[in-house]
Design a protein around this ligand. Structure first.
Ligand SMILES: Nc1nc2c(c(=O)[nH]1)N[C@H]1C(S)=C(S)[C@@H](COP(=O)(O)O)O[C@H]1N2
Ligand SMILES: [Mo]
Length: 415
């Protein structure tokens, strides 16, 4: 137990009454979990990797949230074009790698669930409840992230908001856990047989640790097997999914929900024209793209094609962790803003024909609005844009989350 918990217990002067020893059965009996793999050492080692994976997920997740919904002080640059592809690819890859790590960690520590007596003291009860929050938030983050990239929404809440705030709870609970378990973690990470392994322990507990170390030495084979199995699990998950954004691994991405080359015009589709409810409006004869500015423009697809065209190679980088690059051809946003009489570097909002929904519009902030590579695209990979990729015209900007690459545009206006 930690020193803080000891102090709290002394303050409260309380011991909780234990349940009768008759209940000490099954997993509650003494030495019900003989495997030396349920050790402080295994828990600490797995915890370091799991904690690192969660920290990476947290940082890249907060970044992704800021890019999509920036708070005044934050701007996301247009270069390098692949930065979001990398940060979001890493976010999803680290989350997937954390799944086998979390399972191993829970297996390693699950005997603690059957500790006897169950609480012992108020501080102990609080500490066990905090672990409940930790495990709950961790499992929630990985489970919701996984079903989201599989595009399966069995829950009633809005995924990004729940995933974002639970991320803060998880990282907070991890910090508390690391603080509360600092002594155990330090001992767990110390080399077997070293004085660090028994630092701060009462003599009888120190003897127990030394005996455990000796037993673990005898079980070196099973320890190595567990480490190897964990490593293989993490590698297998990563290798079979990361090809959804890392092209060389595309051929082995058998567990990836999306492949970067599979879809109309060689690019995957997220949200079809049919689902977005734009089948008719996108193909209507009287379709016009409106650019609201001092000189209001109303442009038919033929008008748009008659303007100077540019081609840029840019990726769609979905928040779900897949990405795919294409050669996009169309009118430079900068040029269109100039024609509408708007000063260069005006931040704009682009609105979709899509009636409602969260992704029916997006803001193009100054770095992307001013960047010559930002296009209102009419063509993809040498062909007119397919209906599902945003026909007649879509936004495509460098270094921008896929969810903000708005399709089926109807209007561009100062933000
Ligand atoms: N109007 C509209 N645009 C949209 C979406 C949408 O739902 N509605 N989905 C976005 C998402 S989440 C992604 S990843 C990209 C995918 O573009 P693609 O289908 O051409 O690959 O489109 C974006 N543009
Ligand atoms: Mo997306």
């Amino acid at each position: 137990m930690t020193r803080a918990a000891d102090r709290l217990d002394r303050l409260l002067g309380a011991r909780l009454p234990g349940p009768p020893d008759g209940l000490r059965r099954g997993p509650f009996r003494r030495d019900a979990f003989p495997s030396p793999l349920h050790s402080e050492r295994r828990a600490a080692n797995t915890g370091v990797w799991l904690g690192a994976a969660f920290l990476v997920c947290f940082l890249t997740g907060v970044l992704s949230d800021q890019i999509q919904d920036p708070q005044g002080w934050f701007t996301w640059p247009a270069s390098p074009v692949w930065a979001y592809q990398v940060t979001q690819g890493v976010h999803v890859a680290a989350g997937l790698a954390a799944i086998p790590l979390l399972l191993v960690k829970l297996w390693t520590v699950h005997p603690l669930l059957f500790e006897w007596p169950p609480a012992g003291s108020p501080a102990r009860a609080v500490s066990r409840l905090s672990v409940l929050v930790l495990v709950g938030a961790g499992v929630f983050e990985l489970a919701t992230g996984l079903v989201n990239i599989a595009q399966w929404y069995p829950f009633g809440f809005f995924f990004p908001t729940a995933h974002y705030w639970t991320g803060w709870i998880a990282i907070g609970a991890i910090s508390v856990h690391v603080g509360a378990k600092a002594a155990e973690i330090r001992r767990g990470l110390a080399r077997a047989g070293s004085p660090g392994r028994t630092a701060g322990l009462a003599p009888d507990a120190a003897v127990e640790v030394r005996e455990r170390d000796a037993a673990a030495e005898e079980h070196a084979v099973s320890r190595r097997a567990l480490v190897l199995a964990t490593g293989l699990g993490v590698s297998a998950v990563t290798l079979t999914t990361v090809g959804q954004t890392l092209r060389p691994l595309g051929p082995v991405a058998v567990l990836a929900p999306r492949l970067p080359t599979v879809g109309p015009q060689g690019v995957p589709v997220n949200q079809t024209a049919e689902n977005a409810g734009v089948l008719e409006t996108a193909r209507a004869d009287d379709y016009r793209l409106v650019v609201a500015g001092p000189q209001r423009l109303e442009l038919s697809p033929a008008d748009l094609r008659a303007l100077p065209q540019a081609t840029e190679r840019l990726p769609i980088a979905c928040v779900e962790g897949w990405s795919a690059s294409g050669d996009w051809t169309g009118v430079r946003l900068r040029e269109l803003l100039r024609l509408a009489g708007l000063p260069a570097g005006t931040a704009v909002r682009v609105l979709s024909l899509q009636p409602g929904g969260r992704y029916d519009s997006s803001v193009v902030d100054v770095p992307q609005a001013a960047d010559p590579r930002t296009l209102l695209a009419l063509r993809l990979n040498g062909e007119p844009l397919s209906l599902d990729h945003g026909f007649p015209v879509r936004l495509i900007a460098p270094n921008r989350p896929g969810v903000m690459q708005t399709k089926w545009l109807r209007q561009v206006e100062p933000a």
